[in-house]
Each structure stands twice: as structure tokens, then as C-alpha cells.
Design a protein around this ligand. Structure first.
Ligand code: SF4
Length: 319
């Protein structure tokens, strides 16, 4: 049974400066309670800008030009900054890409986790410390009582990411946005971190928007995948074996073999380069790199066709 969405994004457009090609254009998707949705694409496709616009953390110079972000019935774009900050720190959690820069080097990791309980819930120092130690243990830090007093530089990348996950999930948010949370980790730790996010989100009933450039990471993790290219969602699907857009197929073929598994398949990079943000195109933005491009692709932008519920493709070949 489909649940009511907790997040509904409609026609979202974000740009850097007037007249520039939007970094995100016409973004339209929803997330239900407990659902895990993957957002995949190359660097510069608009994935992280999407995450930052949801959290109200757009960088200087970026403008939310159009659209609405309705979270738990409230349009975030219309909320006063203070109310939005409150909501984002409690009902929405963000797991950052690089845990070393997400953590403050001059405070122990325990203090940084306890601070959330003190600031957001008004707990006493002793209560906040006790909750922080419990949480550090829950995300898999060995000897959490001792770990509480250690500083970020004393931990490996994987352990630091566990601390960042603890901070994002501390208040049982309804929505967790994980922005390439395993980019700096080796494959074994990567698998552990993905398993941890999945387990904790399921325990807490949080919806997750998982952002990555690696399509394979989403297998078994997500219920639904959105593929982004040059600020547009070009494909939405629930079964990764049914990739139809030439860009999605290219992302899949460009993946190296699975770690530890033999494969005779050759790695096939997508030819050309992904467009720079702001670059303008006539027709389909992927046409200069697409081996299946038709004449019409260079003239007319393809519509976003709905093939079935939660199944959309933006390609002339699917019209
Ligand atoms: Fe390729 Fe044309 Fe489809 Fe664009 S619309 S992905 S150029 S076939």
C-alpha cells in the first residue's frame, strides 16, 4: 500500500545568476515515510544542489527560482529562516560527503553529539552525555564511553562517518538526506556504512534520499531511483535492470567490476564530458554524448514521459 508522501518537491528550479541554465530544473518527486530513494548522476548533474535546496543550505549566489518543497505539509520555501532551521535540525537530517569537514576538530566527537541533545532537547549535560554514548554505541563505535572523549582526527574515515550518521539520526528525523556518504571510503567500509544507514533508517521509519554517482550502490538499498543529468531528472525507475535512458545505461556500463568479482565485461566510459553548469543546449542536453541520438534530439528537448506509476523517461526513443 502506498503511503502518503512526507516530502513533495514540485517544479523546483535553482540557478546561479540571471539567464544561466538552471543547476536544477523542473525537479518533481516525492518520498513516502520509510521509503529510500536514490538520486544518481555524474558530478555537476545537480544532485548536491538538490540536497542543499531541500535543507535550505544553498551556497552564496544560488537562487531558488521556482517550485515548492512541501515537507510534512509545510512549504519550506515559504517558512521564515528560524522555523526552517528548527525543522531541518530536528525533522530532517543531513549526512555529509566528507566526515572530516563535517566534524569540528576542536571538540571531542562525544561533545558534538551531546550538543544536539542539549541544544535541541534541552537535556542536562549528564543526560546528553549518556544519550550520546548510547548513540555512539548504536552506530557501531567500539568502546563508546572512551570514544566520547576522543577528537575526530583520532578516528578512521569509516568511524568518522559513523559519528556523522549518529548526528544526523540523533533526533529520529522523518527525512535523512545522505549526500555521497561513502565517497572517501574503501569498498568494505562503504558496504558497512550503507548497511548502517539502511538499518537505522528502517528502525526509525525515516525516509532516505541517497545521493551517489555510483548506480551499483543503490541495488538492494533503494525502492526507487532518479537519474539526473545537467539539472534534469532524465529517468525514474524502480527496477535497475530496466534502465532505458541512454545516459542511465551509460552510467551502468561505465561501472568497474564489482570488488572481489571476476568479470569479462569491459569498462565503457561515457564519451565526452558532462556539461558545465550553466551551459545551454538546443534539444536534448545529452545528445552530444549519445550514441543513439536522432536528428530530432539536437532540435527538440524530449518530454518527460510517464510510462507507468514511478516510471518516467526523458528521451525521444521512449516517446
Ligand atoms: Fe539520446 Fe536523443 Fe534520448 Fe537524448 S533524446 S538521450 S540524444 S536518444
Amino acid at each position: 500500500m502506498l503511503q502518503l508522501p512526507i516530502l513533495e518537491v514540485k517544479d523546483l528550479a535553482v540557478s546561479f545568476g540571471r539567464g544561466a541554465w538552471p543547476a536544477v530544473l523542473g525537479l518533481d518527486f516525492s518520498l513516502a515515510k520509510g521509503e529510500v530513494v536514490g538520486l544518481v548522476g555524474e558530478s555537476g548533474s545537480g544532485k548536491s544542489i538538490t540536497a542543499y535546496s531541500l535543507m535550505g543550505l544553498l551556497p552564496f549566489g544560488a537562487n531558488l527560482d521556482a517550485g515548492s518543497i512541501v515537507f510534512m505539509g509545510q512549504d519550506l520555501a515559504k517558512l521564515p529562516p528560524e522555523e526552517r532551521r528548527q525543522l531541518c535540525g530536528t525533522r530532517m537530517g543531513l549526512i555529509f560527503q566528507e566526515p572530516l569537514t563535517a566534524l569540528n576538530p576542536v571538540f571531542s566527537i562525544g561533545e558534538q553529539v551531546a550538543e544536539i541533545f542539549r541544544y535541541r532537547l534541552g537535556l542536562s549535560r549528564a543526560e546528553a552525555k549518556s544519550r550520546a554514548i548510547d548513540l555512539l554505541g548504536h552506530v557501531g563505535l567500539p568502546n563508546p564511553g572512551a570514544a566520547y572523549h576522543n577528537y575526530p582526527h583520532r578516528f578512521s574515515g569509516g568511524m568518522r562517518q559513523r559519528v556523522v550518521i549518529a548526528m544526523a539520526l540523533a533526533l529520529n528525523p522523518d527525512l535523512v538526506i545522505a549526500d555521497e556518504p561513502t565517497t572517501a571510503l574503501d569498498p568494505t567500509i562503504e558496504a558497512q556504512i550503507i548497511g548502517l544507514i539502511k538499518k537505522l533508517a528502517a528502525e526509525r521509519g525515516s525516509a532516505v534520499l541517497f545521493i551517489t554517482h555510483n548506480l551499483r550502490l543503490l541495488i538492494g538499498l533503494t525502492n526507487r531511483i532518479l537519474v539526473m543529468y545537467h539539472g534534469l531528472v532524465v529517468e525514474e525507475l524502480t527496477d535497475f535492470r530496466d534502465l532505458r535512458h541512454p545516459y542511465s545505461q551509460g552510467l551502468w556500463r561505465a561501472l568497474p567490476p564489482e570488488p572481489g568479482k571476476r568479470s569479462d565485461r569491459h569498462l565503457e566510459p561515457i564519451p565526452g564530458y558532462s556539461p558545465t553548469p550553466g551551459e545551454k543546449f538546443r534539444g536534448c542536453a545529452f545528445a552530444p554524448r549519445c550514441s543513439q541520438a536522432l536528428e530530432v534530439c539536437h532540435i527538440l528537448a524530449p518530454p518527460f514521459q510517464t510510462l507507468a506509476p514511478q516510471r518516467r523517461v526523458r528521451c525521444h526513443l521512449s516517446c
